[in-house]
Design a protein around this ligand. Structure first.
Ligand code: PMP
Length: 406
């Protein structure tokens, strides 16, 4: 919003901004994707016709959205109960499959029954939970690169932001907050969505203990994918029973839609009555039966996770041999850092026109001189897919540098 502009003026101004971006071909503008797999048919102003491309844009890391057992379970759920939940959880919309899902999530994270609650999206799991827990006497201490849904939950509380993964700044914020506020909650992501790097969770956890703060980890991109047992980035740090609030999504590795919170049974009960989403918004559909199967598959079919890991290793090695700057990624999210937004947009168009669909991330998604091509890999990408992407990048690199501008 712009000072002095009402909502109509603001929308008009925004429209002219969008047109400027469009003319300068900065935006992944009006892309339509058909299919959620290693390839997808893409419709775009930059393509003469809808074209099958290798897709590097999905967070469906294990591609469980296409798994025959997951689809069969979802269809069976719809056959049994129809397509909607009918109401918000507190007034009749809390169904058998929600109870089963919450129970399964407790088992998955080895927490006592009653330690989990599901939300309609990962976005509302974060925003609605934080809105109900943190008030004006409290303080959220957040890594600057946490997801937008965290910020959405913080308008009624005090917020201290610290530079990404900087322990010196985090400690400073904890010292300042220690005696000033009632609840001090440090909020981080497990895996960061634009860099694909991990939180320094062991050091952060130690600092929260030292200064009497709680820790919330949004592990949207880690759960199902990271750790030997697919319990996420928190498993890697051996903190699954220590983190005070775990937030997760059901829309990425689990291939569906929805979010959840894991915490103490008391916090969960509080959220059931105090989270406005739980009280006022309808909840997930009987297709969630597919999720019950998807969670089982994390243990039953670990080879998907292993294939993904192998793909990540292979692709990263290929990118590095092309001289690409992939930053500090240690997950299936692998940025190719270009820096200059115009060159980044140009490379993303060249990729698309060679049959590779990857996201062009520019300001305000990232800092102005930190534009990048964001790739995310799936377990169902084959070596042939990855080789094709690397060959295309090699060709592009001969015409337009892939090197990061300083
Ligand atoms: N947290 C993070 C770190 C995310 O990247 C996202 C989705 N982009 C969310 C939360 C929100 O999840 P959902 O898409 O399920 O609303």
């Amino acid at each position: 919003n712009i000072a002095g502009f009402d909502m109509m003026d603001t929308a008009k101004y925004f429209d002219s901004y969008i047109n400027y971006m469009k003319e300068n071909e900065h935006l992944n503008f009006r892309f339509i994707t058909q299919g959620c797999g290693p390839t997808a048919i893409v419709t775009s102003p930059f393509l003469a016709k809808p074209t099958e491309c290798i897709s590097l844009v999905s967070n469906d890391y294990l591609n469980f959205s296409q798994h025959p057992k997951v689809k069969a379970a979802a269809i069976a759920g719809i056959e049994k109960y129809g397509t909607g939940a009918g109401a918000s959880p507190l007034i009749g919309g809390h169904h058998e499959y929600h109870v089963a899902l919450e129970r399964k999530l407790c088992e998955f994270f080895n927490r006592p029954e009653g330690s989990s609650i599901v939300f309609t999206t990962g976005y509302t799991a974060n925003s609605s939970t934080l809105l109900s827990l943190l008030k004006q006497e409290d303080c959220a201490i957040v890594d600057m690169e946490v997801h937008a849904s965290v910020y959405e939950g913080l308008p009624n509380t005090n917020v201290k932001r610290f530079p990404h993964n900087s322990m010196i700044h985090l400690e400073r914020a904890l010292v300042e907050a220690q005696s000033k506020f009632r609840t001090k909650l440090v909020i981080i992501d497990g895996v960061y969505s634009q860099n694909g790097d991990l939180a320094k969770m062991d050091e952060i956890y130690a600092l929260t203990k030292k200064y009497g703060a709680y820790l919330m980890v949004d592990d949207a991109h880690g759960i199902g994918v990271m750790g030997d047992r697919g319990r996420g980035a928190i498993e890697i740090y051996n903190l699954l029973d220590k983190v005070d609030i775990i937030a997760g999504t059901l829309s990425k590795a689990l291939g569906h839609i929805g979010g959840f919170i894991i915490s103490t049974p008391e916090i969960i009960n509080y959220l059931r009555y105090q989270s406005r989403q739980q009280v006022f918004s309808s909840t997930s559909t009987p297709a969630s039966f597919g999720l019950l199967k998807a969670i089982d598959l994390i243990d039953e079919e670990p080879f998907w996770r292993n294939r993904l890991k192998e793909n990540v290793r292979y692709f990263k090695e290929g990118l590095l041999s092309l001289g690409a700057d992939i930053g500090t990624s240690s997950s299936p999210i692998i940025p190719i850092k270009i820096g200059d937004p115009i060159r980044t947009a140009q490379i993303s168009r060249m990729l698309l026109q060679s049959g590779v669909y990857a996201n062009c991330i520019v300001y305000p998604g990232v800092a102005k001189k930190d534009a990048r091509i964001r790739t995310s890999l799936m377990a169902t990408h084959t070596k042939e897919h990855l080789d094709k992407v690397l060959n295309v990048l090699d060709d592009i690199g001969k015409a337009v540098s892939l090197k990061k501008s300083r």
